[in-house]
Design a protein around this ligand. Structure first.
Ligand code: ACM
Length: 500
């Protein structure tokens, strides 16, 4: 039997022993706190075996021959230290740690809390094998914990809208690869995708549009809350972005008082960037910033809100810094932490602000100064982490403004050392990003994410001391069966010798 877990765990011992066989009588036992993870496991097994497994909740999870047991152990040892940086508000490393022991006598998954159990169940999903005689799980011992704390994926739902069903599939994929932050780019020139109670005109006027005149869409408070809860059940925190003070044509189309002269701008269906902006001198602008970020905070249980801040090409720096400062102040006043794209480093951001690096061509000096001032750094360099870039010149979808990103490019780098002027202790982790100018459907999206998202997931989760491209290639080669089981499209990169 072969084991091919992605991302690679800290410690994996394959035991030379018979596997655990799953049958009609297999029992699944857990305590109350383990119920969400056990429910995930029951779903996984139902999908692979076609047999529903009932979760038995009990105070005393005792060994029962052949059973699957999920247990809390508040003293569980955590393997070797992870990266130096940490994002306040995200789970501590120990909360994501888990230990898994499987042999023919049973499966025991232990963690300090529910989050670690959810991570461990993702590993179990990758271990279940289907043979002629039913499902089985190889005899293994796994001890695991993440290297980086922030392991994100940013999805642009503004250029093209994909609704809750597609995003649930994306969250399933994130869970499978132990990612923990879903960043949603909710607003841009082409559309506004979240209904905010204080500003109903934003979705009323600006949610129906998208790139190329394609249909738009938006989240209601209810569909948004459901999505955030679905993510939370899988150990994924949602970080919503309202992009200001540029990328705002959808707002200017909905609210004429944000435009000098008072006339709403036309809808925009193209893919140029940098032309739209808020105006600091207009009386409506400050109220708009305060209202949208206050509403967003009320709709967001997670600790972070993203203020955008990228690519404002039409504005003097003083006005830019003023508007970014107002947005960040509104976020902090609502008791949330601030994330902004790389350009916000030029505004002397407050200590603790997370600055998301995306363009390694930008002058690194403001970033280094911001870090000196206490800012933190999230790494999404386009040349490694932008999964809307083409794989190679023949890729029919995607963009190529920063070149091509093949699986090896996505894999072979380390967030803590990619920028020499930024010390590792300031780097909170890594985030993949997928902008959707050319991506319309679930298949388009999945085809760009797979197989590069698992590569970035391993960059985030697995220690650089353990990571190895050739080993990763061999493990990833087995994963299309998992993607097919979920109905996910994927790109057969020639860099991997795919199995089957
Ligand atoms: C960006 O790609 N403009 C963040």
């Amino acid at each position: 039997m072969t084991v091919h877990i992605v991302p690679a765990p800290a410690v994996l011992v394959e035991q030379p022993a018979p596997p655990l066989l799953l049958g009609a009588g297999t029992r699944l036992l857990t305590c109350e706190a383990g119920l969400p993870a056990a429910t995930l496991l029951a779903e996984v097994l139902a999908r692979s075996t076609g047999r529903a497994l009932e979760v038995e909740v009990t105070d005393a999870v005792t060994a029962v021959p052949g059973a699957l047991r999920l247990e809390l152990d508040t003293d569980l040892p955590v393997p070797a230290p992870g990266a130096a940086g940490h994002a306040p508000g995200l789970a501590a490393r120990a909360e994501e740690a888990y230990r898994l022991d499987v042999d023919s006598a049973g499966l025991l998954l232990r963690a300090r809390g529910p989050l670690g159990l959810a991570r461990g169940v993702a590993t179990v999903r990758q271990l279940v094998e289907l043979g002629g005689h039913g499902a089985r799980i190889p005899a293994v011992q796994v001890e695991d914990a993440p290297h980086h704390g922030w392991r994100g994926l940013s999805v642009d739902v503004a250029r093209h809208f994909v609704g809750p069903a597609v995003l649930e599939s994306v969250i399933d994929l994130m869970w499978l690869y132990k990612l923990d932050v879903l960043h949603l780019h909710l607003t841009d020139d082409q559309g506004w995708r979240l209904d905010l109670p204080s500003r109903p005109e934003l979705v009323a006027r600006s949610s129906g549009s998208a790139v190329d005149g394609d249909p738009g869409g938006a989240f209601t408070a209810r569909t948004w809350a459901d999505l955030v809860a679905y993510a939370a059940d899988r150990g994924v925190v949602v970080v919503p972005e309202i992009d200001v003070p540029g990328h705002v044509n959808a707002a200017l189309h909905a609210c004429g008082d944000l435009v000098p002269g008072g006339e709403p701008t036309p809808e925009y269906h193209g893919i140029e960037v940098g032309f739209s902006q808020l105006t600091a001198g207009l009386p409506a602008t400050s109220a708009f910033l305060r209202d949208v970020f206050t509403d967003l905070a009320h709709l967001t249980p997670g600790p972070y809100l993203h203020v955008g801040g990228d690519e404002v090409l039409t504005m003097a720096h003083e006005e830019y810094a003023d508007l970014v400062g107002q947005a960040a102040a509104a976020v902090r006043a609502a008791d949330k932490l601030v994330v902004g794209w790389q350009e916000v480093a030029t505004t002397s951001p407050a200590p603790g602000t997370v600055v998301q690096v995306w363009d390694l061509r930008q002058d690194p000096a403001p970033l280094a100064a911001a870090v000196q001032g206490g800012a933190l750094v999230l790494m999404s360099p386009a040349t490694r982490a932008y999964l809307d870039l083409k794989y190679d010149p023949t890729t029919p979808l995607g963009l190529d403004w920063a070149g091509h990103v093949e699986v090896h490019d996505a894999y072979d780098w380390e967030p803590a050392t990619v920028l020499p002027g930024v010390p590792g202790r300031a780097v909170v982790g890594v985030e993949a990003a997928v902008f959707t100018e050319t991506l319309r459907t679930r298949d388009d999206l999945m085809w760009m994410l797979l197989p590069r998202l698992p590569a970035l997931a391993e960059v985030g989760w697995t220690s650089p001391d353990t990571r190895d491209w050739d080993d990763f290639r061999r493990r990833l080669a087995w994963h299309p069966a998992l993607w097919a089981a979920d109905g996910n499209a994927w790109h057969p990169s020639p860099q991997i010798d795919w199995v089957g």
